[in-house]
Design a protein around this ligand. Structure first.
Ligand code: ATP
Ligand code: MG
Length: 329
């Protein structure tokens, strides 16, 4: 059986972008692959060092999101990163296999540094987080990594590290492949960048009905579409991106596009339609989330057991790594 590793940073609850980018694939594949889902709390500290309690709180929120969308702990193993110190150890070994110049060229890290306004004052841990992701992926010997498009440079970096490690020390690791879904980059409600939990442009899986409605009504559309009767542009219009991702009836979306392009379909009517579509999708997830939240002890138990199983796998891999590096005493 092949192995999947994916994960999320507990910097906030999960949103629609996570669902289409990665969660949906995980749920679909969790019985076909040995699936490990990592709640990356150590990585979250790389840009939240001053807010450890926020990260701690969100470990629980992310776990609830997983359970609510259908990640089944009897099929998939949910692992809390800080419970597996072997990942930090492997990161340290990998840091010798990458250059600072190579890290500085990572386009996703560059974008994020700009967004966060780090400039030259970027925390070293943040600059090297792609290396810690390489450690996460390879410690579990993952073959497949279901991720959003922004993570492709991380998988590329991981493959480079794997090749270098195997060449220098012997064949310990397999090269992982990224699995990017059809909606690999869901835009934010601002229509600007990707939806991100730290950017203020996200619709969260846990948002109540009225909050979803309010966020949709405030969405960016086509700035040139001032009146309902005018023709509107579908491309780059995030309302249509969301309809494409969440309206199960593809024909209905095509019909809306035709009407919008022709003129006569107003933004308010279009947004009302999206609110209904999102409500049909989010309603059951919200209900399951509330159910799981009633029993925090059971959620904590899922995390404890998953982390213990995950740690055993990473421990085994680190044994091989230490032997390959002549560090086994
Ligand atoms: P942060 O803003 O704190 O970085 P985030 O919203 O980017 O949070 P991550 O935890 O960094 O979320 O990403 C977890 C996974 O979700 C990654 O595989 C990422 O590619 C995917 N993902 C995040 N946002 C989107 C999006 N808008 N569309 C598709 N996939 C996404
Ligand atoms: Mg991110």
């Amino acid at each position: 059986m092949k192995t999947i590793l994916t994960g999320d940073r507990p910097t906030g609850s999960l949103h629609l972008g996570h669902y289409v980018g990665s969660l949906k694939t995980r749920v679909a594949l969790q019985r076909e692959y040995a699936t490990y889902v990592l709640i990356a709390d150590v990585q979250a500290l790389t840009d939240h060092a001053d807010e450890p309690e926020l990260v701690r709180r969100n470990v629980f929120e992310v776990a609830l999101d997983y359970l609510a969308v259908g990640i089944d702990p009897s099929a998939a193993t949910i692992v809390v990163q800080s419970g597996v110190p072997e990942l930090a150890e492997l990161t340290v070994y990998y840091l010798n296999l990458v250059t600072v110049a190579r890290l500085g060229r990572n386009p996703t890290v560059k974008d994020e540094m700009q967004q966060k306004g780090f400039g030259a004052d970027v925390p070293a841990g943040f600059l090297v987080y792609p290396v810690s992701q390489a450690a996460d992926i390879t410690a579990f010997k993952a073959d497949v990594v279901p991720v959003g498009e922004d993570q492709l440079p991380m998988i590329e970096q991981t493959v480079e590290i794997v090749r270098r490690f195997n060449r220098l020390y012997g064949p310990v690791f397999v090269e992982p492949t990224a699995l990017v879904s059809k909606h690999g980059r869901l835009p934010g409600t601002d229509g600007q960048s990707k939806m991100g939990k730290s950017i203020g442009n996200a619709i969260f899986l846990s948002d109540p009905t009225d909050v979803v409605a309010q966020k949709v009504m405030g969405m960016f559309t086509d700035p040139g579409h001032a009146r309902a009767e005018l023709p509107g542009t579908v491309e780059g219009n995030p309302v249509f991106s969301y309809l494409e991702a969440f309206e199960p009836d593809a024909g209905a979306v095509e019909d809306l596009k035709l009407r919008y392009r022709a003129g006569g379909l107003g933004d308010v009517a279009l947004k009302r339609r999206l609110i209904d579509v999102l409500e049909a999708f989010l309603g059951p997830i919200r209900a399951r989330r509330i159910e799981f939240a009633r029993d925090p002890a059971a959620v904590a138990q899922v995390l404890r057991e998953g982390t213990a199983r995950g740690r055993a796998v990473a421990h085994q891999t680190l044994g091989e790594v230490r032997r390959a590096l002549h560090l086994d005493g």
